[in-house]
Design a protein around this ligand. Structure first.
Ligand code: SF4
Length: 261
């Protein structure tokens, strides 16, 4: 199966790369070869997962990787995890797909250690690059160890995330760990708008901040105490319902990923 670099070398390197076009070319190559790749897609929450799943499931078998030590506080991490499980379960039932989820333990110190001098960075700055790097590296290591054909992320659907940066980091990680990056820019082709529609169709909770408290505290209108209270209530109400969810596999042996300098 093709590596993104095999397609990149035919594109004009002096122009801004259209990673959505790159993904479409990759998909065309799968169709020509009559293959259906196994993709490990890192996801931070259900809303970001909606459209990427709807799109990719037409061409590939997808497993979601929930590795997000950046999300604070813990009950919000837990809430997003449960909402994601809920969405995948409903998505599979409605579409006949068999999307699986891999979850790791919540280890916020892994993230906090890496960003300790970057608390005051704006959203989209250096702290975010380190954050992307941690999460995509973890996905790449898991994908390599478990023989996935590609690793990628649904983060490129967000209008607040720089898809050029995310794809460049993904390609660097691919070189370091000899695995294959899935390029994407899911917000293109009306992808972001479609993600909002899917959230409405499936009644999916859409959080108001990216994940870390550093960025959340800079949003003046955000009531973090209220968010934490709501997350607590949600987790208490929903925890038991999903404790035996058979689509979820756990990766508690996750080794701390080293970061890309
Ligand atoms: S704003 Fe989001 S991407 Fe940036 S560091 Fe915080 S959690 Fe990570």
């Amino acid at each position: 199966m093709k590596n993104v670099n095999e397609i990149l070398k035919w594109m004009n390197q002096n122009q801004k790369i259209n990673y959505d076009r790159l993904l479409q070319k990759l998909i065309k190559s799968w169709e020509e070869q009559n293959v259906r790749p196994k993709i490990l897609m890192h996801a931070c929450c259900a809303p970001c997962t909606t459209y990427p799943l709807e799109y990719l499931c037409q061409y590939a078998d997808i497993t979601i990787y929930y590795y997000n030590n950046n999300i604070q506080p813990r009950n919000e991490w837990e809430r997003r995890r449960i909402v994601l499980r809920n969405f995948i379960k409903d998505f599979n039932e409605k579409t006949g797909n068999d999307v699986q989820i891999i979850e790791t333990k919540y280890q916020p110190n892994t993230y906090l250690k890496e960003v300790k001098n970057l608390h005051n960075e704006p959203e989209g700055g250096l702290r975010c690059n380190v954050c992307y790097n941690l999460r995509l590296t973890a996905a790449a290591l898991y994908a390599k160890e478990h023989n996935f054909d590609y690793f990628g992320t649904s983060l490129t659907i967000s209008p607040h995330k720089n898809s050029q940066t995310l794809n460049q980091i993904g390609i660097e990680i691919q070189h370091l760990y000899q695995t294959k990056w899935l390029p994407s820019d899911f917000k293109k082709n009306d992808g972001f708008h479609r993600s909002i529609e899917i959230c409405e169709e499936y009644n999916v909770y859409r959080q108001k901040y990216c994940g870390c408290l550093f960025a959340a505290k800079k949003m003046e209108m955000l009531d973090l105490k209220q968010i934490s209270r709501e997350a607590d209530e949600f987790v208490k109400l929903n925890h038991d319902r999903y404790s035996n969810f058979d689509l979820v596999k756990f990766n508690f042996q996750h080794k701390e990923a080293s970061t890309v300098d």
